[in-house]
Design a protein around this ligand. Structure first.
Ligand SMILES: [Zn+2]
Length: 187
């Protein structure tokens, strides 16, 4: 297991979230702000740190659940694959046929790991967004951040899956964009 520090940062960048429509599907009915926990893991987590930043974005009732759906990380996929391999491996040892140890090490073990990896990928691949939605996961991603280490975020990049909302957000926060504190893009 890889240990890493997860820290929530405050932002020095003045941000305002336009509440006119849902930031995922664009619906304008029953839109409410939901604090969205954005995370970024530099270098796939190898740096041992995760940058977290919370900000309220608008969601309609249907998309509210996506505010909490974090994208799977490479680290997460590896961890789940390991766990599943152990469970399947134990199952084979207890319930499977008795095979010579060499066969187990050379054939069964790699097959179990490959099978687990395939199952994990299939599981994530089966997750589909609902019609009209722009994302199954959080519709906002935290891009590059600049810090006055170890303090607040001084510059940040936000990537939206909803192109229309991205441009509304950019124009609402034009001052920060012009000042170079904020970069908005469509993912
Ligand atoms: Zn929506």
């Amino acid at each position: 297991m890889v240990l890493y520090v997860s820290q929530t940062f405050q932002s020095d960048v003045p941000l305002a979230a336009p509440m006119s429509c849902c930031c995922n599907c664009g619906s304008t009915t029953q839109v409410n702000p939901i604090s969205t926990d954005l995370r970024r893991m530099p270098m796939l987590g190898l740096a041992g740190a995760e940058i977290r930043f919370e900000f309220p974005f608008p969601y309609c009732d249907r998309c509210a659940v996506t505010a909490r759906r974090l994208r799977p990380t490479a680290l997460g996929v590896v961890a789940v694959t390991c766990l599943l391999s152990i469970v399947l491996g134990m199952g084979f040892l207890f319930l499977g046929p008795q095979l010579p140890e060499e066969t187990v090490t050379m054939l069964v073990a790699p097959a179990v790991v490959l099978l687990s990896f395939g199952l994990v990928l299939a599981f994530y691949g089966l997750r589909r967004r609902a019609p009209g939605q722009t994302s199954y996961y959080q519709p906002v991603r935290l891009g590059r951040t600049t810090h006055r280490w170890p303090a607040n975020i001084t510059k940040l990049e936000l990537r939206f899956t909803n192109r229309a909302y991205a441009s509304i957000f950019a124009s609402e926060n034009q001052q920060a964009v012009v000042a170079g504190q904020l970069k908005v893009s469509a993912a």
